[in-house]
Write a protein that binds this ligand. Structure first.
Ligand SMILES: *[C@@H]1O[C@H](CO)[C@@H](O)[C@H](O)[C@H]1NC(C)=O
Ligand SMILES: *[C@@H]1O[C@H](CO)[C@@H](O)[C@H](O)[C@H]1NC(C)=O
Length: 686
């Protein structure tokens, strides 16, 4: 009897884990926490469906409105007053690319569908919710307009040994899975007030607390005057994690026809919202008595929302667009594959590629880490060309790209995640898996807009460069000033900041002068609100359910939150929110219910675990099962770990054995280079 019970439990937990990686076709509202804890669920008993008289007429109206909006936005490009000016500190941080004809149709279709659904929602919100969640069988789940049905057909060649640049055909059965330009995906429905696009409200129907005021109080509450406590993770780990994130998602800030350096929300002097604010831009309100911005008379910060992606006009919940492939494929450096005549990437700051350089929000530390992989690619190309073999430039380029991506993936799964998780949780998460062709590769909207931002709160006031401490903001502009070897070396013994939220990230991010700058914590909070992510407690309950945690409790009062947040933070939450249920998802990263052996709060740790399991299992070319990698390639992958990569390209004499932790033991770079040299001939057989 006991043995069958054990079997049953094992079977259940396996089933739960596979299910939890798969995104549902129709995400539905997650109401288990509310039901368990007696919080009213909106539309609970409502099974109505929208009644649409003359549907084709409503669709045409929605399309005409959308076309008008897109044309209006495209005309903005010629009106300088609607754009952020080149003398403003945030010029470039909300940069947008232009739209080609296909993309323009996609954007217009997305707006069309939103208009259509908003119109239905104005009649009955609950009916629209049933429709979005796939419960209205007599209504078609996409619009019938001709423009909505222009899908490309792909024929994939299963024998082609290399990844495409846009992610297409990684999955042979579903060619477009993981493709650049796809929407982020949802495990559970988002929590918009009208279920379509309006911001979430608190349970009493009031607006959520003012973003900046809330975050200033959070900073105040978390400020500790401890000696820097012992913390083992370093800033190299933080920037490396940021780099991995930028590979997973591309910033698709709302676009119009031409590329811009950002649309204006606030007046240039920041005193108020601008008359020249378009529908593409938004703002974050700052109170007159703000401790940092008040004395500067700044009451408005620019905020540019990310574009939605619903190019086929589907009537399910819409999410934000991801302009990058979801795969861990270094799309952040390779982009759509621009090389010189020999197959090398053209080097920019710290040898990083053009695509990295185009990102306006990257520090020199970011470029330096990107540069390690660019150099690996270029070095590989040179070595292959030196072999006495007749290979085409394309073949050499792609083989070197495969090798570089494989080494990068191995570093993520065997070194980065291990350093972040610690041995115990790493084992518990369990990254052992196989390729699953039925699992869609996509990035979770909730992860990216909440728990996935955990690195940001570790940003310190200062970073080491050439033996001296410098404020963090200086590393974001005039990147050519910096000497790259020192940039990398400086990060190894810079501990992450765990004494609260630094002034650098709260007040002067992207600043040019260290006085006027942006608030990264506010941007993070706003991204989540804009994406309609649900409340922290809902999401925590959802994650706890997946991991079969038995301690699912109801947080009826703010005092109940003491097992998640520090007492001073609980007081801030009590001051600003009317119910614990309203607390934003972003607070997941500020929790202190850490799992043993890791700095990550439990919800963040589990969300990260699930995300990276999915990314691995949905990648046909993942290095550990990519059958197109030669024996020689496998040998190099086994040889080049992170410390060896640093020995090869970081220009330092001794490298840390554990590069993600402070004060690591160091070894001679020359010895590691020699080890690669002894395998040099492998480059001829890649
Ligand atoms: C839904 O609309 C599409 C496009 O107009 C059409 O091809 C499909 O047959 C429709 N489905 C149903 C069930 O009416
Ligand atoms: C700033 O003003 C708001 C609204 O008037 C008030 O609630 C808040 O306590 C003030 N904050 C400070 C730091 O004085």
């Amino acid at each position: 009897m006991y043995s069958s019970l054990v079997l049953l439990i094992v079977a259940r937990s396996v089933a739960a884990s596979v299910e939890s990686l798969q995104f549902p076709e129709f995400p539905v509202h997650y109401d288990k926490y509310q039901k368990q804890c007696g919080i009213p669920v909106r539309c609970e008993m409502d099974t109505s469906c929208p009644r649409i008289c003359d549907r084709s007429q409503v669709e045409s109206w929605a399309q005409a409105q959308a076309a008008l909006e897109v044309e209006e936005n495209c005309a903005l490009f010629d009106k300088q007053s609607f754009l952020i000016g080149s003398d403003e500190f945030d010029y470039g941080i909300f940069a947008t690319s232009g739209l080609n004809e296909d993309e323009k149709i996609g954007v217009q279709n997305t707006i069309t569908t939103e208009n259509f659904l908003q119109r239905l929602s104005s009649q009955s919100k609950c009916a629209v919710r049933n429709y979005l969640e796939g419960r209205c069988y007599n209504l078609n789940t996409s619009l019938s307009l001709e423009q909505c049905h222009q899908g490309k057909l792909y024929k994939c060649d299963s024998a082609y040994p290399f990844r495409s640049y846009n992610g297409v055909c990684n999955n042979l059965g579903y060619a477009t899975w993981g493709q650049a330009g796809n929407p982020l995906k949802l495990e559970i429905a988002p929590c918009f007030d009208d279920f379509v696009s309006k911001r979430r409200l608190g349970c009493n129907g009031q607006a959520l607390p003012n973003n900046r005021q809330l975050m200033v109080d959070v900073q105040q509450a978390m400020r500790r005057d401890l000696e820097p406590p012992f913390h083992i993770l370093n800033m190299f780990q933080v920037i490396f994690s940021e780099f991995v994130h930028s590979d997973l998602i591309g910033r698709a800030i709302k676009r119009s026809c031409e590329r811009t350096k950002g649309f204006r929300g606030c007046r240039a002097d920041g005193t108020s919202e601008s008359r020249y604010k378009s529908s593409l831009a938004s703002t974050i309100q700052v109170l007159y008595n703000d401790s940092n911005y008040g004395p500067q008379n700044i009451e408005c910060l620019n905020f540019s929302p990310i574009e939605n992606a619903n190019d086929q006009c589907r009537t399910t919940y819409t999410t934000k667009r991801n302009t990058a492939t979801s795969y861990l494929d270094l799309s952040i450096i390779y982009s759509d594959g621009k090389y010189d005549d020999c197959g090398k990437l053209k080097p920019y700051y710290c040898q990083s590629s053009e695509h990295v350089t185009e990102h306006n929000t990257n520090s020199i530390q970011f470029s330096a880490i990107a540069g390690l992989f660019t150099q690996l690619h270029n070095d590989c190309v040179e070595r292959m060309q030196a072999c006495q073999q007749k290979r085409s430039v394309d073949d050499i380029t792609e083989r070197c790209r495969s090798l570089t991506i494989a080494i990068y993936q191995k570093i993520i799964y065997e070194e980065l995640l291990l350093a972040l998780f610690g041995d115990d949780f790493y084992e518990q998460c369990n990254f052992e898996s196989e390729y699953d062709p039925n699992l869609e590769s996509a990035v979770s909207s909730m992860y990216i807009n909440g728990p996935g931002r955990f690195q940001h709160i570790w940003i310190p006031e200062q970073l080491t460069y050439q033996g001296k401490q410098h404020p963090f903001f200086i590393f974001f502009y005039d990147l050519e000033r910096f000497e790259c070897n020192s940039v990398i070396d400086g990060m190894f013994d810079d501990p992450i900041f765990i004494n609260g939220l630094s002034d650098q990230m709260m007040n002067v991010i992207f600043s040019k002068n260290g006085v006027r700058g942006h608030c990264l914590a506010c941007l993070d909070l706003e991204r989540g609100r804009d994406a309609g992510v649900c409340s922290f407690l809902s999401y925590k309950h959802y994650i706890d359910g997946i991991r079969n945690a038995d301690s699912r409790k109801c947080y009826n009062s703010f005092d109940d939150l003491q097992d998640i947040f520090e007492p001073k933070l609980v007081e801030v939450l009590r001051k600003h929110f009317s119910s614990p249920f309203d607390i934003d998802m972003m607070f997941a990263i500020l929790a202190y219910d850490r799992l043993k052996g890791t700095l990550l709060p439990s919800t963040v740790a589990w969300a990260t675990c699930l995300e990276f399991k999915r990314l691995k299992s949905s990648d046909r070319f993942f290095y550990s099962w990519n059958k197109f990698l030669s024996y020689a390639a496998e040998e190099l992958i086994a040889t080049i770990d992170l410390k060896t990569l640093l020995a090869l390209y970081a220009g330092i004499d001794t490298v840390p054995v554990f590069p993600f932790v402070t004060n690591s033991e160091r070894v001679s770079a020359q010895d590691l280079r020699d080890a690669v040299k002894s395998k040099e001939s492998a480059f001829c057989y890649l």
